[in-house]
Design a protein around this ligand. Structure first.
Ligand SMILES: *Cc1c(COP(=O)(O)O)cnc(C)c1O
Length: 386
C-alpha cells in the first residue's frame, strides 16, 4: 500500500488514531442502549459547539449537502422566496439546491473573496421581504468567514428566517446559535471535527419548527419530524439505519475536541491559521480574500508568476504526498487553498509549509529557504510559548 497522504485540504480532514480505532471497533447495534448513549453524548456536545440551549440538534446519515437539502425540504414550500448573498462556490450551491426545489431565489452578487455586506442585505430585504436568507459561514472556496452575526441581525429585523451552512466552520471559528438569532445551522462530520464523512447535523430553532410544520415540500428520508420522534425516545435512535461506524468515530472525535475545551480548540485554529498565512507570506506569496484575521478555516493563496495554482497543488501531491486544494470557479489556476481546520499539530502545518517551499523552488520560483518554517515557529512561540 502507498503511504498515507498528508491531507491539508478543506475537508475531509485527517482522522486521528483514536477516531480510527473507535470506528474500526465492532458495530454497536443501532436500536437500544449502546447507540442511544452515543447519540446522547454526541448531541449534547454538538449543542455545546452550536452554543444552543433551545434548539433541537438532529443527526442524519449523509454528507453535508444532504443536511443542506434537509433544510430546504423541511423549512419551505414550493414558491417560497429566499435571498442568497453570492460570494463563492458554496453560496452558489444554496441557489442550486433552492431552485431545484422550486423556491424563488433572489441574489446579491459579490466578487469571490469578498465579505457580504450586512447593510446591503438589509436594504435588499427592506425592498423585497423574503421568507429566509440562506447564508454560508465559512465560504470554503475563498477562505472567507462571512459576518453571520451581523447578517442574522438584519435578517431577524426584517422578519426573515436565518438558515446557515456551517459545514466548514462549526468547531473552527466562533459561532453562537441562540445569541445570534439563527434558525437553522447545518454541519458535517468530516471538517473541523476530524471524523469520517457520513454524518450531517442540523440545529433547528422553534421558529424553524413552526415553519416546518406548515411546509408542503415533498420530504421523506430527511423529514425532521421523523428524526425528532426517534431522537426523543428513552434510548435515542435514528429512523433509518445510521452510519454506525462513523457515529462511533464522531463520538471519539468529539471526545478529543472537548479534551481541552472549546475555547482552546478555537484558539488553536486561530494560531494554525496565522502560521499558514505568515508562512506563505514569508515565501513571497500573496494571500487572497477579505478579513484574513478572521479566516481560520482555509487559506487561499495566489500563485506566483512563475507557476499556475493547479500545477502547485498537483506537484505538492505527486512530489510530496501533500494534498491541498486547487482554486474553484473564477479562481481556478490563480489561487490554491490550504485547509487547516481539524485535529492538526504544529508539525502537520510545518510539513505542509515545507512541501510548499520545495514545490515552489522546483517550479522555478525563488524562495528564501526555511523562511516559512521560521515564520510559523514565530507564531507558535507567540501563542504557546517556547
Ligand atoms: C464541505 C462543505 C459542504 C458539504 O459538502 P459535502 O461534500 O456534501 O459534505 C458544504 N458547505 C461547505 C461550506 C463546505 O465546505
Amino acid at each position: 500500500m502507498d503511504r498515507p497522504e498528508i491531507i491539508l485540504a478543506p475537508g475531509p480532514t485527517p482522522i486521528p488514531p483514536e477516531v480510527l480505532l473507535a470506528q474500526g471497533s465492532p458495530l454497536v447495534y443501532h436500536r437500544g442502549p449502546g447507540f442511544g448513549g452515543l447519540m446522547r453524548d454526541v448531541t449534547a456536545r454538538l449543542k455545546e459547539l452550536y452554543r444552543t440551549q433551545t434548539a433541537d440538534v438532529l443527526l442524519m446519515t449523509s454528507s453535508g449537502t444532504g443536511g443542506l437539502e434537509s433544510a430546504i425540504q423541511n423549512v419551505f414550500s414550493p414558491g417560497d422566496e429566499v435571498l442568497v448573498p453570492l460570494a463563492g462556490f458554496f453560496s452558489e450551491r444554496w441557489t442550486k439546491l433552492a431552485e431545484a426545489h422550486g423556491l424563488v431565489v433572489g441574489t446579491i452578487e459579490y466578487d469571490w473573496g469578498r465579505r457580504v455586506v450586512p447593510e446591503e442585505v438589509a436594504a435588499a430585504l427592506a425592498e423585497h421581504p423574503v421568507k429566509a436568507v440562506l447564508l454560508t459561514h465559512s465560504e470554503t472556496s475563498t477562505g472567507v468567514i462571512q459576518p453571520i452575526r451581523e447578517l442574522a441581525r438584519v435578517a431577524n429585523e426584517a422578519g426573515a428566517l436565518v438558515v446557515v451552512d456551517v459545514v466548514s466552520s462549526l468547531g473552527a471559528v466562533p459561532f453562537a446559535f441562540d445569541e445570534w438569532g439563527i434558525d437553522v445551522a447545518v454541519g458535517g462530520s468530516q471538517k473541523a471535527l476530524s471524523a469520517s464523512p457520513g454524518i450531517a447535523f442540523v440545529a433547528i430553532s422553534e421558529r424553524a419548527w413552526a415553519s416546518q410544520r406548515a411546509a408542503t415540500m415533498h420530504r421523506f428520508y430527511f423529514d425532521w419530524s421523523i428524526y425528532k420522534d426517534y431522537a426523543d425516545k428513552p434510548e435515542p435512535e435514528n429512523p433509518w439505519t445510521p452510519a454506525i461506524s462513523v457515529m462511533q468515530g464522531l463520538h471519539a472525535a468529539l471526545e478529543l475536541y472537548f479534551q481541552d475545551g472549546v475555547e482552546v480548540a478555537l484558539e488553536r485554529h486561530r494560531t494554525l491559521s496565522r502560521a499558514v498565512k505568515e508562512g506563505a507570506q514569508a515565501l513571497g506569496l500573496d494571500l487572497f480574500g477579505e478579513g484574513l484575521d478572521d479566516n481560520w478555516t482555509v487559506t487561499a493563496i495566489r500563485a506566483p508568476e512563475a507557476a499556475d495554482a493547479d500545477t502547485i497543488s498537483d506537484r505538492m501531491r505527486s512530489d510530496f504526498g501533500c494534498v491541498i486544494a486547487p482554486g474553484q470557479g473564477p479562481l481556478k489556476g490563480t489561487v490554491f487553498r490550504i485547509g487547516h481546520f481539524g485535529y492538526f499539530s504544529e508539525l502537520d502545518i510545518v510539513r505542509g509549509l515545507a512541501a510548499l517551499e520545495m514545490t515552489l523552488e522546483r517550479l522555478g520560483h525563488p524562495v528564501k529557504r526555511g523562511a516559512a518554517v521560521a515564520a510559523a515557529e514565530g507564531v507558535f512561540q507567540d501563542a504557546f510559548g517556547a
